[in-house]
Design a protein around this ligand. Structure first.
Ligand SMILES: *Cc1c(COP(=O)(O)O)cnc(C)c1O
Length: 226
């Protein structure tokens, strides 16, 4: 993992590259709270966590005053209750059963949970997410739930080799995003397109992403054995 000097320089560089065109979410899986808080001190105001247990372990130690927390990982339905009052958005809503449980838990807490619909833009068998062909129908379903607020779409496109740029998938996502925005789904404000990670955030922004999720380009290579 990078030291603090590298983290602060990376944040500054990435922000300069994005140049106000997108929000920068720091993906903090495996990053200890001390370094998360350091990044927050360097101007990060949005963090994304992937695992419920890890989020719960770190939650009390995170400087949350001005920091939004998004959940961005695979989410088991029976774990929604642990994070419903701790996160500001769930980006990884990939199936009806999960959306229904978020609806149920949000209603119980008297809140409306902002969410993104996760799209399996590469139609990959191994990946979660709604098939692109079913995105519009899924968004209409989400719009029928009073305690969730659909704010947009997210995707993790297939790994591409250097010759074949991810822009193909990013552009497909932008098209779906615009199509659904024009459908005026109930209970929705389609203002977030969450695309792009460490290797491709700039091309994502060029293809219309307005929220990039960056981990290793800020914090360095992850060590999963910690
Ligand atoms: C880990 C993760 C990221 C960041 O990945 P990097 O390649 O390290 O930037 C972004 N989005 C999701 C959903 C992730 O799990």
């Amino acid at each position: 993992m990078n030291d603090k000097k590298q983290i602060s320089e990376s944040i500054e560089r990435i922000k300069a590259e994005i140049d106000g065109r997108a929000r920068l979410l720091a993906a903090t899986k495996t990053v200890p709270p001390e370094l998360m808080n350091f990044a927050i001190g360097c101007g990060i105001d949005l963090i994304g966590e992937n695992r419920v247990n890890e989020l719960l372990e770190k939650y009390e130690h995170i400087n949350r005053n001005k920091t939004e927390i998004h959940f961005i990982g695979a989410l088991q339905t029976n774990k929604v209750k642990y994070i419903i009052d701790k996160v500001d958005m769930i980006q990884s809503v990939d199936r009806e059963s999960l959306a229904l449980e978020i609806e149920r838990q949000a209603a119980k807490h008297g809140i409306v949970m902002p969410i993104l619909a996760e799209i399996n833009i590469g139609n990959e068998a191994t990946k979660s997410g709604i098939e692109p062909e079913k995105a519009s129908e899924f968004c209409r379903f989400l719009g029928s739930l009073p305690h969730v607020s659909l704010r947009g779409l997210m995707a993790i496109p297939p790994k591409c080799d250097e010759n074949r740029n991810n822009c193909e998938y990013f552009c497909k996502m932008q098209k779906i995003f615009v199509d659904i925005s024009h459908q005026n789904v109930d209970n929705s404000i389609m203002d977030i397109l969450s695309l792009g990670m460490s290797d491709d955030y700039l091309s994502a922004v060029e293809c219309g992403s307005n929220l990039v999720r960056v981990g290793s380009a800020i914090f360095g290579k992850r060590n999963y054995n910690l």
